[in-house]
Design a protein around this ligand. Structure first.
Ligand SMILES: [Zn+2]
Length: 82
């Protein structure tokens, strides 16, 4: 397991709301997650040896939209919030 910060992930992390950081809110629409929410991906951000990143989540509404067309909020392809 490498401890390497992805510079893009550091920027995404800095832009997250508290709810998104804690895994309460959708990465794309910021709404509270529902029971069908799914992990999008993990942000690789380290401070020294410590992992300080988080996992991005998306609600079922955005996931459904993403699988048919562009979800609301037009997230970038790597899951970054806008
Ligand atoms: Zn959403």
């Amino acid at each position: 397991m490498s401890r390497v910060t992805n510079p893009g992930d550091r920027e995404i992390l800095a832009a997250l709301t508290e709810g998104q950081f804690r895994g309460w809110s959708c990465t794309w629409c910021s709404e509270e997650l529902d029971g069908a929410a799914e992990e999008v991906r993990r942000l690789e951000v380290y401070r020294g040896a410590h992992y300080v990143g988080t996992t991005l989540w998306a609600c079922s509404r955005c996931l459904k939209a993403a699988r048919t067309k562009h979800p609301p909020g037009q997230p970038s392809k790597d899951g970054a919030p806008t």
